[in-house]
Design a protein around this ligand. Structure first.
Ligand code: UFG
Length: 341
């Protein structure tokens, strides 16, 4: 049986493009909207090449409600995934209004239009940033959210609340917020992956660009934290695994009639990995030597966070499958292939 159709807002981005591939693999039709503000048509070309399908793409800004409405008039879909948001923590501190306007307006427009057109299911890209610096590891969905440390983090908290409240007030509307831990890696085809603009702020793109000679030296921000090797600890989740969590979330909203109408899930591996451990694994797996140095701590970094993914495992039937070595090999394969795209 042909499955229903999904609107992917921000489908040209890093997680959106990988999710589109997994939705198509699972039998869904997809419509992509993206304003290409922090993404590239190349990602859509890559997705079409991997899936062998010419996926409809509309270049539209979800903040432009009238332009966005036309997508609803033109396409039938019952579910939507909202990836269309700005995501750089540092930039959000410098340009808070940009973050509040963009991240909140695009989500509110999506919710309004879903309600107006009688469409039912919304998956929202949230983040483990909503937990701040947790008192206890690993974090469960019950771990209290702490006050956000950046406008970006605040938009994730507010967006979760907006979706929760809209669902409570609207019969038939369902919402799932997926709290991502640290997404890394690339599709095994090396046709899609992360495309950071300018100097990468995140660890793995900085590592791969250093290995490729684009950056001279990786700075490891701090080796004097209260962790076994002194560097920060995160839960690195393979982007393809993360993409599959969205497919599970959509499936649950469509198929499980008695599920709570608003739910939150941690999407992580359950394993904490330090920065130095990750650097070592990257070198060993890819058989290369990385130029890196220990640098001062980065302002705003939390010491350690990793997920308890039990709820996603049990309720969504989702598990992180790829191991860290395969993920780091895929990240490097993507970096090398980038020059040829
Ligand atoms: N790091 C380095 N050197 C670098 C870049 C990062 O040592 O050049 C370290 C950081 O200090 C941190 C770890 O690598 O300890 C991971 O840093 P990232 O920037 O890759 O990721 P963060 O955990 O800081 O942030 C990520 C996302 C945010 C999200 C946050 C929490 O980038 O969008 O996780 O969810 F909000």
């Amino acid at each position: 049986m042909k499955k229903s159709s999904v609107l992917v807002c921000g489908g040209a981005g890093y997680i959106g493009s990988h999710t589109t591939v997994e939705l198509i693999n699972a039998g869904y039709d997809v419509v992509i909207v993206d304003n290409l503000s922090n993404s590239d048509r190349k990602a859509i070309e890559g997705v079409c090449q991997i899936t062998g399908i010419n996926i409809p793409f509309i270049e539209v800004d979800c903040c432009d409600r009238e332009a966005f409405r036309k997508v609803f008039e033109q396409y039938e879909f019952d579910s939507a995934i909202h990836f269309a948001a700005s995501k750089a923590v540092g930039e959000s501190v410098a340009k808070p209004m940009l973050y509040y306007r963009n991240n909140l307006t695009s989500l509110m427009n999506l919710i309004d239009l879903m309600c107006e057109f009688g469409r039912h299911n919304i998956v929202f890209s949230s983040s483990c940033t909503v937990y701040g610096e947790p008192d206890k590891q690993p974090v469960t969905e019950q771990t209290p959210r702490k006050e956000a440390t950046s406008p970006y983090g605040n938009t994730k908290q507010i967006s979760e609340d907006i979706l929760r409240d809209a669902v409570a007030a609207t019969e038939g509307l369902k919402g799932i917020a997926l709290r991502y831990f640290n997404p890394i890696g690339a599709h095994p085809s090396a046709l899609i992956g992360e495309l950071p603009r300018g100097v990468p702020q995140n660890l793995v793109p900085y590592i791969t660009q250093t290995a490729a000679g684009i950056r001279e030296c990786l700075s490891v921000f701090g080796d004097d934290y209260p962790t076994p090797d002194g560097s920060c600890i995160r839960d690195y989740i393979d982007v393809v695994d993360l993409a599959k969590a969205h497919v599970k979330a959509i499936g649950r909203m469509i198929e499980v009639a008695d599920a709570p109408r608003y739910e939150v899930f941690n999407i992580g591996t359950g394993r904490g990995v330090s920065v130095l451990e990750l650097v070592t694994r990257f070198q060993e797996v890819n058989n290369l030597k990385l130029n890196y140095k220990i640098a001062p701590r980065r302002a705003g970094d939390i010491v350690a966070i990793w997920a308890d993914p039990t709820k996603a495992n049990d309720v969504l039937g989702w598990h992180a499958e790829r191991n860290l070595d395969d993920t780091l090999a895929a990240a490097w394969a993507w970096q090398k292939n980038l020059e040829t795209l």
